[in-house]
Design a protein around this ligand. Structure first.
Ligand code: 1PR
Length: 580
């Protein structure tokens, strides 16, 4: 594993708001620097195309690096506090948990350098946690002190009234002052993924440059002088996000006429996700395949694996077509070890070079011992996926085993892949992929699992069904229902559910509404409806009849039967908010 540039300790400190002297925005507190070191600032001698990146090694910063390079800039990594002070422009993509990030900043003298840099009104852009750390404190595993630059505490979204947390997806922001680097985002959606947020108040109103509506109004960006921070991910927000980065990196790029028109308030847009089931075919090529009820072989004499195209090419195409996310499922990952599957990692690396929406990868995420007896923890597998450009990992079979053990013992061991990855990378980075099969029943109490009254009776007139979870790509049925699995994996740390349905997969007859309703009722995390899309009306149907946050399809996109654009236009006509 690549070592992060900085290690953490338990010592915490924070710094006073340095811009108080410059802007008079906040001068209630005295500086509170514990370190006696004082830094002087000096413009870097590095060329003007250099961007200094403060990456402390806690997650996927590859996409941001790719976006910077895509825009024609070079990346210089911060190795010590001096690099911060000498930066021409500093990007701070906070990833991971608040407390861990503060520990790293304090341990390495970076917190003080950061404050000095900002005190001198030097060009700064914080992203996501890089915005939250500027505030006084956070409730995330806390309270934990932040850098204390902006008044206010960062708190968790309140899921008490059914709000799905994390806030994952595309929202438009309401710009509240000169748009600055946000110029061009008016009325467009940008991508958020977070469970904590800062709230606008009288004390921090001079900082707030935009807010966003999710449950309540939270701060989506701050700006003062050359200091900026955004709660959303510009590197994951398509062309709109790239223009925000470009406005920051090259201020001459944005127009001088700072007029803007705020479009009507936005809700969280429903996402349309393109899914690529990937595996090696019989010739040894990595191909995108697609099954009927999980059978991916042609019904010919050769019985070959269906080949619907090349993974990187298709992902790029779907990005251009307007997919809100792209998922790769390594469908033979349950039997092949992903770290041995270098082409799959290469697919991610290449895709993330110019696909600037979230990428999920699944298949084979579990602890593994290879033929030589070397043990690879699942965390290592996930880390390699994140380093290669994934924003989220999706766990299938191993999550079923973890949920079964949890239901059996009632104990969270903290050792399952789900728990470990979620603890280290945050639950927003962990999707659980469920592969259930419908089992019809005569009565609602015929099994110990939660049943549904089905909308269409079974082959023998059955009125009820339960949804049996499977592992190993549908090959093995387990004694656990989709409802029970969903509830358990949420408790174990899943941030999202990818809900497939073996019966509907590849059939083009619509999503399994009964199943999606059942699972959506079980959890407060977002549910992605998957399997069965055949026409645009299937997408409006699933969003109108269930609380699914996203709808995923594969076959109709691969076979070019229904363009993503048509799906989105149809949803808009139906009054369903989407990102265009
Ligand atoms: O168990 O952690 O190794 O993960 C394996 C992953 O691979 C799981 O996410 C599992 O869903 C997936 N998988 C395994 N075998 C298959 C298969 O098809 N033989 N694919 C498979 C699952 C379902 C969806 C599909 C939708 C939409 N494919 O991904 O894309 O059903 O299709 P449609 O729009 O054409 O109907 P682990």
């Amino acid at each position: 594993m690549e070592a992060p540039p900085f290690s953490s300790s338990s010592q915490l400190q924070h710094c006073a708001h340095p811009l108080s002297r410059i802007h008079g925005a906040w001068n209630r507190r005295k500086p509170n620097l514990q370190s006696k070191k004082h830094f002087s600032i000096r413009a870097s001698s590095a060329g003007d195309s250099t961007v200094t990146l403060l990456d402390y090694g806690a997650g996927n910063v590859r996409s941001l690096r790719n976006a910077i390079r895509y825009l024609g800039f070079d990346v210089k990594d911060v190795q010590n506090p001096k690099d911060i002070l000498n930066a021409n422009r500093l990007l701070f993509p906070g990833v991971g948990a608040f407390a861990a990030a503060m520990e790293v900043l304090n341990q390495n003298g970076l917190a003080e350098a950061l404050c000095t840099y900002i005190e001198n009104d030097r060009p700064f852009l914080g992203i996501c946690l890089g915005l939250q750390l500027l505030f006084e404190s956070s409730d995330e595993n806390g309270p934990v002190k932040g850098l204390g630059l902006i008044p206010g505490a960062v708190g968790r979204f309140d899921s008490a009234n059914g709000l799905q947390v994390p806030h994952i997806g595309w929202n438009a922001v309401q710009i509240s002052k000169d748009p600055g680097i946000l110029e061009g985002t008016e009325g467009h959606h940008v991508y958020f993924v977070h469970s904590y947020r800062a709230i606008p108040s009288e004390a921090n109103k001079n900082w707030v440059s935009s807010t966003c509506n999710y449950g309540d109004h939270f701060i989506s960006s701050i700006a003062m002088g050359n200091v900026h921070a955004v709660q959303f991910h510009p590197e994951k927000s398509g062309e709109v996000g790239l223009s925000v980065l470009k406005n920051f990196l090259d201020p001459s790029h944005s127009s001088k006429t700072k007029k803007w028109v705020n479009k009507k308030s936005s809700k969280l847009a429903k996402r349309v996700i393109a899914c690529l089931d990937v595996r090696t075919n019989d010739k040894g090529d990595l191909v995108v395949t697609k099954g009927d009820q999980y059978d991916v072989r042609e019904h010919t004499e050769e019985n070959e694996v269906r080949n619907l195209g090349k993974p990187v090419d298709l992902a790029r195409q779907y990005y251009k077509d307007g997919a809100d996310e792209v998922s790769f499922l390594n469908i033979t990952g349950f039997r092949d070890f992903p770290l041995g599957d270098l082409p799959m990692l290469q697919v991610l690396r290449l895709t993330s070079e110019n696909v600037f929406v979230p990428l999920t990868v699944g298949g084979g995420i579990r602890d593994f011992t290879d033929a030589n007896g070397r043990y690879y923890p699942s965390l290592e597998v996930a880390a390699e996926y994140f380093r290669s450009g994934a924003d989220k990992v999706s766990i299938g079979s191993d999550a079923v085993f973890a949920a079964e053990a949890y239901l059996r013992t009632g104990v969270k061991t903290g050792k399952s892949s789900l728990e470990q990855i979620s603890r280290v990378y945050g639950n927003q980075a962990v999707v659980v992929s469920i592969d259930p099969r419908r089992v019809y029943l005569k009565g609602p109490d015929d099994v110990k699992f939660k049943t549904v009254k089905v909308s269409a009776p079974g082959p023998n007139g059955e009125e009820y069904a339960w949804y049996q979870c499977t592992v190993s790509g549908g090959r093995e049925g387990r004694e656990i229902g989709a409802y029970e699995l969903a509830k358990s994996v949420e408790e174990l740390g899943a941030g999202e559910i990818l809900l497939n349905c073996i019966d509907c997969d590849g059939q083009g007859k619509g999503f399994d509404i009964d199943l999606i309703k059942l699972v959506s009722e079980a959890v407060t995390i977002p549910v992605i409806a998957s399997s069965g899309a055949g026409i645009v009306e299937h997408f409006s149907d699933v969003f109108q009849k269930t609380s699914a946050s996203a709808a995923l399809a594969a076959g109709i996109f691969h076979r070019k039967e229904v363009p993503i654009k048509c799906v989105k236009e149809h949803l808009l006509e139906e009054g369903i908010e989407v990102r265009l």
